[in-house]
Every structure is written in C-alpha cells, then in structure tokens.
Design a protein around this ligand. Sequence first.
Ligand code: PLP
Length: 439
Amino acid sequence: MTTEKSHLFYQSRQPRPFLERSEGIYHYDENGKRYIDGSSGAMVSNIGHSNPRVLEKMKAQMDRSTFGYRLHFRTHPSEDLAARVAARMPEGLDKVFFVSGGSEAVETAIKLARQYAVTQGEESRYKVISRLPSYHGATMGSLGVTGSPIFTGKFAPMFTEMPKVPAPTCYLDRDNLTEEERGIKYAEMLREKIEAEGPETVLAFLMEPVGGASTGALVAPDSYYTRVAEICEEYGILLIYDEVMTGAGRTGKFLAAEHWGIIPDIVAMSKGFGAGYAPLGAVVARHDIVETLLDAGGFLHGFTYAGNPLACAAGLAVLDEMEEQDLIGNAARMGDVLKARLTALMDRYPFIGDVRGKGLLLAFELVSDRETMKVLPKEWNAHVELVELAYERGLIIYSRRTRSGYEGDHFLVCPPLIVTEAQIDEIIAILTDALDAFA
Ligand code: PLP
C-alpha cells in the first residue's frame, strides 16, 4: 500500500490497497485478495462490475463519437435514454434532464422548481424544506438542504440553510401510537413547519423515500408517504423525491415512489442509473413544469457534460441489463432473502437493535440496549471498527455514525442487484465472522 506517495487527497488518510480488477459482485486487489462488494461501492454498482455487454456498447459509442455538445447536436444515446426513462416513470413525469451525479441532480431539481415558481409569478417561494437527518449532496446548494451538521457545519455561513423537519425515525419512538399514527405524526410536522415558515415562502419539500447513508435505509410507515403528498398538494408545494440512491431499481421497483403509488413533481436519480460505468444522473420532471419554462424562454441551467453521449450509452446499456436480467425483480426477491438473514442475526447478537430497508437497500443498526435503543459508546467507534473487521475478511459494507438529530451506528448492506442466494450466504458468513470478532 503506497498511500504515502499519493498526490491524491480525499476524506482521510485511511490506507487502501490498489484495485486490480473487478467482476460481478467481486473486487480483487493488487495482492489478489478478493472482496465481496457488499455495498455496491456507495450503493452505485447495481448491475455488478465490468459487465462485458455494457463495455461493448460503450466501446461502440466511443468508436462513433465520444462527445457532442448538446447545444450543437442531438445525440441518439441521450434521446433514446430519455425516452426509455420517461417510459418507466409514473404518469405525467416525462421530461428528462441529464447530469453527471447526485449533487448535480439535486441542485438541478431545486433550480427547476424555483424557476417554475418565478415563471408562475410566485417569486416569494424559495424555501426547500428537507429532513434531519438527510443527505442530498456536497455542493453548496445541496448542503443547504442536507440535514447533517457534520458535513454542513463548517460551511454554514457560506450557503443558505433551508428549514428542516425530523426524519420519521419511528423505530426509536417509545409511545403508544400505531405505526400508521406515527407516520401521520411525522408528516404533520411538515404542515407545522410550512405554517411556521409562511406557506407563501415555501417552494418544495425534498425527501429520500428510503433513507440512504444518513438514516441507514430508513423506511417510514405507509401513512407518512400519502399524508406528505397530500400536504404538499394542499399548499401548492412541489414534492421532490431524491431517488439518487433508491432510483434505478435498488429498492425492488424502478422508483421507490412506486411502493406507495406516489407521483412526485420532480425526481432526482443517479448512482445505480449509471451503475458506475459512467458519471450519470437524471432529473425527471412533470411535463407541464418543463413546458411552462420552455414557453417562457427555457431553463437557465446546465452543465458542460450534461447528456454526453458516452455516459448516456452507458446508461442505456445498464438499463438493457436491468430489463434483460430482471434485476429489479431480483432486487425484490434477494432483498427479502438478505433481510431475513440479517434479521436472524438479531438472535445471535443482542447488540443488533434494528434491521430495516427495502429491496437491496438494507441496513442494520448496533445499540447497547435493544429495548431503549441506546447507542453504543462513541469511543467504541463501531461504525469504523466493524467495517474494518469485515474489510479484513473480504467483505465491503458501508457505515455512518449519524450525528444529526440522533446518533446511531448503522451499516448498509447493499450488494449489486445481480446477487444470488449463494452469494448472500457468503456475505452472511463473513459478516458473522466479523460480528464475532467485534462482540
Ligand atoms: N442524494 C442522495 C440521497 C445521496 O445518497 C447522495 C450520495 O450519497 C447524493 C444525493 C449526492 O450524490 P453525489 O455524491 O453523486 O453527488
């Protein structure tokens, strides 16, 4: 490991070996050691690594043309991918804007919402309410809606902090309410916030339908989704779903919104959409929102790489794999298997306090007491320790100790959607070994 000589800098000095090659759900390092990619990187590699059919299609596009600027040419990959995405969307959501990643997708969605409001003569609307905890990106605009002081705090004077409502962490609540009632309770906090801020100032509500790294695959009661949508409609507030992590099949539907029959006004996607083959994301918006803007002179926004043909060719090839191999169906089926296996670990390890998630966006949380859900002592550094124990044993999982609103050591177990039952056995065997070493 030669990190001392590296000129690169990222989040920390944590030394990692060189990646030599990858195939399917596996990575191999410079020493030939094999790792199961149990988190699909950062919940990205939905169709697995180095799929030869995808590479072939990308190569074919490279042979034709590697870049054509969107203001100079239309390209077949971008037009075709937009049509394929629109066809998979709920009714009315058929306008697509390509970007290169999740933060760009979130910023694009927010700017689209704002420009629509201004075009409609509603200049007073600019606040985007989001949740605490939440993660929506690392750029200055997306930091304003990200509910994670550890990532936002130091930059606070430099961006506009947007209002937050508590994320529906019902599993921590010790009250006498039913699940349904708890969902309503959290949704109604949005109404209270809108009223407190002044409804005429509120532009949109932004939420991850299933939480990602911030809340560890948090799923709300069904009632939460419907009531939130109703409240947004009642106040004329746009509902933006951040499906950067959940979109493109990860939860067992193309969009997580489909689980609850919700039709957001705007959806942001990335991660599994390009699946690691190309930096790619998309914002999909209601037809009339975009038409209104186009009629009024256009959307004042864009990135140089938006819709570049190579990334879109990768996106098309990824979508082909998802459809031809029924990977969304596999995510639902294998998600059930993996969730059951993770839940079974709770019998063996009393310090696993909760297992949650949907499809192959799954997480478990470690606690010192399951009854009260009291967190593990911070000094244990569990979110790092357990990940390292698993990594040593050849399993990659993803963790975060959230320090916003509540604390908890949660671990995302999110293998590529191609995972088989036998590979889930391998994941559980290594995880058990790591948990034994941790205990
Ligand atoms: N939104 C969500 C829900 C995410 O999980 C992420 C990344 O983890 C982002 C936005 C930001 O995406 P990116 O890191 O590609 O900019």
